[in-house]
Design a protein around this ligand. Structure first.
Ligand code: MOS
Length: 776
């Protein structure tokens, strides 16, 4: 696999010196990970642990009528069997994340004999060995009274309700002007429907949980993006004192949104450990992961665009339709974003949900923007075709510095600079716009592009930093290493402020006993946590500087403390004045300096720190601020090749340019963007959880048939990071990159497929059978 990196401004240092803030640094935890030394939550458990295995429901709707445990109880080593008959109200359901709670779903699996969806937990068996627990789970006899389930949109029994009214929440469907009238008068218009499929995260690390009691004190090991949320959620469900609950998740083997909210399995494992009086470890199967956690539900969209003959948008109407579970009103709801991207005087939007007999959906990487921008950015391409206009120029004509709904200014917006950089690197000027015109032998070549943008969120955070006179630094915060490289980003922040070497920084995270960090969601971690780590580091610098300037002797005696900084292992001032770190620090203390810091970002109330200490993250940003709007931007370009004979579709070349604020670690950021770009292709051509509409069961619930790209599916990936520092958002200029890389890429692929073949595919994933009708 070839890849290229182009960097501007803050490129990696040419010398062998250790990397600093904004350079390209190898991950501090990289060696541990590639040598197998890293310990994930799934590797950890209490002493002499017992093993749990889940039995899940064979029906999607109905009731359990009988449970016969006789054969299961006879399996040697079986210790306990939890069903609704002995759990019931011992476990509180808890509120969902959307309802200011901690849970991904209010479906309480062992509260009663009711079955809400296929694959719901109906029993948890504990035994001395994994094998015994599994055998006993299969030997449980469970009888059901089944009813015909509602699987998805058009299934019998599907309702259709307004998502805002259903959830009784603030209106998240922006409207301005009279879009219907403007659409009717527009010189050129588009009215099209788009669909995205069900998708599951399929992280490598399975949905494991281990729990151990020590008297009143409980330790839970579980892959998590939300240490404090899990801690308080578990305490809430079981009526425990949160002070006695500790959650540990040092590394996470893939999160993608699946570990942000607490699933109902965790409290059951904790309860089981209490009942058997020994630690319990649950390992679920990959198939069970499809139904006991959350997922990205299928969506439908109707987009109507009206433009004048020069391409200026006059009307934009985005109506979304989504699937959720029977009891929960979860919606992903992306019109808040899709209505903010382009200048347009008349906008309307709506989101409706359909309740089906399914597990409750939830966050999956760039939750709303992936489906909602697929629709919008496909429609923009259709509009460009209809206007006979280059699709990049259509974006330029509709570019804006203020969002069109409330007229709020963007803190920074380099959308067209991204298009210009990416189109140059891609060679877009060589494109012949006629569909099917760029054939090479048996391959129809198609070039497509689309916009990506993602809200810049920041949340309250806390951290502790400790430095010793030998230049060793320890950072402590309950952040989450979900593979993004936050460990190294936090260390680089300390390097930048304290002038120490990167390998002398130790970062401790993934433990709810540390100061609280927000949920690792909404791409907020780097901006939120680097900011608070920097704040703690500044306090350390100030303390050292004050001691030096208030001393009777020394090079800085009597100097202004704000003129001093720590750099390259020394306290430095104007000119060449400097003093080594050890001397400077000895003036303040005999040992270490430790600083604790909290940060509350713009748009968040000060009380939010208290809420953070209760496991509630309160991120702010995107289109939710009263005075401004903050997003990261990018341009996605794709080359597809469609075989003229077989219609096989390939995406051998991806070029993306992104402006996402200050990049803390160029190397990890490139990895993150590349992964996002590849995931975008996956979302367009590979991934779909297929469902049997009669039984409301997922059919391809294993990696053999749930398609994701392998190396042979990936060609050249070019990632361009534009220099940008947005100091309105934070002092370090950081925005956030985690979810930007895969948004819009699905549309760019579909637009490229249209260019290659003349066939507009409006439903993902695009398969070769969609292209059999092509006339080229
Ligand atoms: Mo991400 S889907 O916000 O964890």
């Amino acid at each position: 696999m070839a890849d290229t990196i182009e960097t501007y401004g803050n490129a990696a240092p040419a010398s062998a010196k250790q990397p600093g803030f904004g350079d390209a640094a190898s991950r501090l935890d990289g060696r541990l990970k590639v040598t197998g030394g890293a310990r994930y939550a799934s590797d950890l458990h209490g002493p002499s642990t017992t093993h749990a295995y889940l039995r899940t429901s064979a029906i999607a709707k109905g009731r359990i009528t009988a449970i016969d445990e006789t054969a299961a109880r006879q399996v040697p080593g079986v210790l306990d069997i939890l069903t609704y008959r002995n759990v019931g109200d011992r476990v509180k359901t808890g509120k969902t994340f959307a309802d200011k709670g901690y849970m991904g779903s209010t479906i309480a699996p062992l509260a009663s004999g009711q079955v809400w969806h296929h694959g719901q937990i109906v029993a948890l068996v504990v035994a001395d060995t994994f094998e015994a627990a599994r055998e006993a789970a299969f030997k449980l006899r469970i009888d059901y009274a089944a009813e015909a389930p509602t699987a998805t949109f058009d299934s019998p029994g599907a309702d259709r309700v307004d998502a805002v009214k259903a959830a009784q929440k603030e209106d998240t469907t922006p409207t301005v002007g009279d879009a219907t009238a403007a659409l009717a008068q527009a010189a050129v218009s588009i009215d099209a429907e788009y669909e995205t499929p069900t998708q599951h995260h399929n992280a490598i690390e399975l949905f494991t949980t281990a729990a151990a009691w020590d008297g009143d004190r409980l330790t839970v090991w579980e892959p998590s993006q939300n240490m404090y949320g899990f801690r308080f959620g578990i305490a809430d469900q079981l009526g425990l004192d949160p002070a006695n609950v500790r959650v540990i998740s040092p590394f996470v083997g893939g999160a993608f949104g699946a570990r942000g909210s607490l699933t109902q399995r965790t409290a059951l494992v904790v309860l089981a450990a209490h009942r058997v009086g020994r630690p319990v470890r649950l390992e679920t199967t990959r198939a069970q992961g499809f139904t006991i956690g959350t997922y990205r539900a299928e969506t439908r969209h109707r987009i109507r665009l009206g433009a004048d003959k020069d391409g200026k948008l006059q009307a934009l109407i985005h109506d979304g339709l989504e699937v959720t579970s029977r009891p929960d009103d979860y919606k992903v709801g992306g019109t808040e974003a899709s209505t903010r991207l382009y200048a347009c005087p008349n906008i309307a939007s709506s989101v409706q949900i359909v309740h089906a007999d399914r597990n409750t959906p939830g966050f999956m990487r760039s939750p709303p923007e992936v489906p909602y921008l697929f629709a919008l950015e496909s429609a923009m391409d259709e509009l460009a075709v209809k206007l006979n206009m280059d699709p990049v120029e259509l974006r330029r004509i509709n570019d804006t510095g203020t969002e069109p709904v409330k007229g709020l200014p963007y803190t920074s917006r380099k959308l067209m600079a991204c298009f210009d950089e990416a189109s140059r690197a891609f060679g877009w000027s060589q494109r012949d716009p006629r569909p099917g015109s760029m054939r090479e032998g048996d391959w129809l070549v198609g070039w497509g592009c689309a916009t990506t943008f993602y809200p810049t969120n920041m949340a309250p955070a806390a951290a502790r930093v400790r430095m010793t006179p030998d230049g060793a630094v320890k950072i402590e915060t309950a952040a989450h290493e979900i593979g993004t490289g936050v460990t190294t980003a936090l260390a680089l922040t300390a390097v930048g402020r304290l002038g120490v070497e990167l390998t002398h920084v130790r970062v401790e995270l993934g433990d709810s006993a540390l100061p609280p960090a927000p949920v690792a969601g909404g791409s907020n971690s780097t901006a939120s946590i680097c900011t608070v780590v920097d704040k703690a580091c500044r306090e350390i610098v100030e303390r050292i500087a004050r001691a030096a300037t208030s001393a009777k002797e020394g090079v800085f005696a009597g100097a202004d403390p704000s003129s001093l900084r720590l750099e390259a292992g020394a306290l430095r001032g104007p000119g060449n004045a400097n003093e080594d770190l050890k001397t400077a620090m000895q003036r303040t203390t005999q040992g270490a300096i430790e600083a604790y810091a909290e940060n509350v970002p713009h748009g968040v109330k000060p009380e939010a720190i208290g809420a953070l200490y209760q496991g509630h993250s309160q991120p702010a940003g995107g289109a939710k601020l009263p005075d401004r709007i903050q997003f990261s931007f990018g341009a996605q370009f794709v080359e597809v090749r469609v075989n003229a004979l077989t219609r096989e579709i390939r995406a051998p070349r991806l070029v993306g340019a992104y402006a996402a604020g200050k990049i803390v670690n160029m190397k990890a950021a490139k990895n993150q963007f590349m992964g996002g770009q590849i995931w975008g292709v996956s979302s367009a051509l590979h991934e779909e959880t297929e469902m049997d509409g009669r039984t409301a069961r997922y059919m391809n619930d294993e990696l053999g048939e749930y398609y994701i790209p392998v190396s042979a599916d990936v060609g050249t990936v070019t990632t361009i990071m534009l220099p940008e520092e947005d100091r309105q958002i934070n002092d370090l200029g950081i925005k956030g990159i985690g979810e930007l890389g895969n948004v819009g890429l699905n549309a760019a692929v579909a637009n490229a497929v249209y260019h290659a073949t003349g066939v507009r595919v409006r439903k993902l994933p695009i398969r070769l059978e969609n292209l059999l009708s092509a006339s080229v």
